[in-house]
Design a protein around this ligand. Structure first.
Ligand code: ZN
Length: 225
């Protein structure tokens, strides 16, 4: 099949629906984007960034990869980060993991061969760093979900250690970095209270987040409200 007719039809209906509510919406958006947030999340199809936080096109700048990893030498992620911080001047960056992440599971169980195995090495490093805390959990599912949580805390650290973010802080630009975990089983985000707003915050807040996380049952983050 050369044409995905059903998807094109859906697109047309979607655009019509938005124009019905707001006839100028797309013309306005075409002139400029001014999102307030950068979402760094997993590529998993069950974790669609805009829909989860109910934001329209233009409101959320998005970077997604397998297991929401932030690597200091990944030019794709760094380019997104630089554009978001330096040009769009987003005020918030959220690293969003999700429970039951296939990439995290593969990293935990030494799965994922070939190219993906190299990518997941970054999550295996998180696994190895927290091997004791993971080994203390009773089931593989708990260990996967705890590693999803710990991976978010570590990737938040990588965002904050990045020169782009550090330069923004040094110049007085307001910028907060948050860590969340989304549960595909209930559609809700978990906030573990991890929010870093300056370079001097980083070490203490990250250490405290890891200590608090490990002391709690798995999947026990705060759900708003
Ligand atoms: Zn995932």
């Amino acid at each position: 099949m050369r044409v995905l007719e059903d998807l094109l039809e859906r697109n047309e209906a979607w655009a019509e629906g938005i124009k019905k509510e707001d006839p100028e919406f797309f013309q306005r958006l075409a002139r400029q984007q001014a999102p307030g947030y950068l979402w760094i999340g997993c590529a998993d199809s069950r974790v669609p960034a805009n829909q989860i936080v109910d934001l329209l096109p233009g409101e959320l700048f998005v970077h997604r990869n397998v297991a929401n990893v932030v690597v200091h030498t990944d030019f794709n992620c760094l380019s997104v980060l630089q554009y978001a911080v330096d040009v769009l001047k987003v005020k918030h960056i959220m690293v969003v993991g999700h429970y039951g992440c296939g990439g995290v599971r593969a990293a935990l169980t030494d799965g994922g061969f070939g190219l993906i195995g190299n990518w997941l090495r970054h999550v295996k490093d998180v696994r190895d760093k927290h091997a004791g805390a993971l080994a203390a959990l009773p089931s593989e599912n708990d260990r996967v979900d705890r590693l999803c949580e710990l991976n978010v805390v570590e990737q938040v650290g990588h965002v904050c250690q990045n020169s782009i973010v550090q330069q923004a802080w040094a110049s007085g630009q307001p910028l907060s970095v948050h860590g969340w975990v989304y549960d595909v089983a209930d559609g809700l985000l978990r906030d573990f209270g991890l929010c870093i707003t300056s370079e001097s915050d980083l070490e203490a807040v990250q250490r405290q987040s890891i200590e608090e996380l490990i002391a709690r049952p798995v999947r026990a983050g705060r759900i708003r409200g």
